[in-house]
Design a protein around this ligand. Structure first.
Ligand code: UDP
Length: 195
């Protein structure tokens, strides 16, 4: 997809269907982890302040126009963007995973939030295979075990819900050892799913 620059931040001109197709192709190709990151006005602010984060975003494989503010800002530049909310994309990826039999893994949020979100997703997508989940409070010394658990689970799509920029730092640090094909950073989405 075409990569635009909106308010100094890169964002890809994809709609929901193309974002889902991107993930599907990555899983079918058994590709190395491809990160999907959400661009919204809060990110525009934090990328301006955090050069590391800005650089990491530039390297992201798919930068979705998550926030309506990004869509409006694009209009001012006479560029047209469809909004792809990260939380909606997560649901679409779960629907895709359920259809195709791709297992998913959930990492992040408090234990009870993670459990409730998993139950919610399972109810909404009955044939979805949730290969595993972990809360987001794994101590640093057990991170290797978490990576092994994700890899052993056979998950193809990993959702990372640690908030930003914590999730981006985690993805940057661990992606090279992960055997999933798609990693979506979903911020606080599990909290809204479980609530
Ligand atoms: N979170 C987590 N591990 C952490 C810190 C936060 O899993 O070490 C989760 C938290 O439970 C919530 C989400 O990340 O679901 C966003 O947390 P918070 O609002 O505190 O982070 P922010 O988005 O403000 O950075």
């Amino acid at each position: 997809p075409q990569r635009l620059e909106i308010l100094g931040v890169p964002v890809d001109a994809v709609d929901m269907a193309r974002a889902v197709a991107f993930a599907d192709e990555a899983v079918r190709a058994e590709s190395r982890p491809q990160s999907i990151l959400a661009v919204n006005p809060e990110k525009v602010m934090s990328l301006a302040k955090d050069p590391w984060l800005a650089e990491f975003f530039r390297g992201g494989r798919l930068l979705i126009p998550d926030g309506i503010g990004v869509v409006w800002a694009a209009k001012l530049q006479h560029a047209s963007l469809a909004r792809v909310p990260g939380a909606d994309l997560m649901q679409e990826l779960c629907a895709l995973a359920a259809r195709r039999g791709y297992a998913i893994y959930l990492y992040g949020a408090k234990e009870e939030v993670s459990a409730a979100a998993a139950a919610h997703l399972q109810a909404r997508h009955p044939s979805l295979r949730i290969a595993g989940r972990s809360n987001g409070y794994v101590p640093a010394e057990r991170m290797g075990e978490l990576v092994d658990a994700i890899n052993r689970s056979g998950a193809r799509i990993l959702f990372v819900a640690l908030g930003s920029p914590r999730q981006e730092r985690w993805i940057a640090e661990h992606a090279s050892r992960l055997q999933v094909s798609v990693i979506q950073g979903i911020g606080g989405t599990l909290d809204t799913l479980s609530g």
